[in-house]
Design a protein around this ligand. Structure first.
Ligand SMILES: [Zn+2]
Length: 69
C-alpha cells in the first residue's frame, strides 16, 4: 500500500506478512536529523523513525571514531 498526503488522518485496516492491522492512522513524520519524511500507518512511521535514528547514530559514531583516528 502506498500513501500520499491525501491520505493523512485516514484510519485504515490492512493485512501484511506480520499480521492484521486494525484502525491504524495514516500520519506524516520526519527525521529531525536529515529531514526525510514518511507518510504511512503509525506502525511503519515508528519503523521509519527508528531506522533513521539508528542510522544517524551509526553515522555519527563513525564520524567520531574517524576524528579520533
Ligand atoms: Zn534521517
Amino acid at each position: 500500500m502506498v500513501f500520499s498526503e491525501e491520505n493523512l488522518g485516514e484510519v485504515v485496516s490492512y493485512d501484511n506478512d506480520e499480521g492484521r492491522f486494525e484502525d491504524e492512522r495514516i500520519v506524516m513524520v520526519f527525521c529531525r536529523i536529515c529531514g526525510a519524511r514518511f507518510i504511512g500507518p503509525i506502525r511503519n512511521a515508528g519503523g521509519f523513525l527508528g531506522a533513521h535514528e539508528m542510522f544517524h547514530q551509526w553515522e555519527f559514531s563513525n564520524m567520531v571514531s574517524e576524528m579520533e583516528a
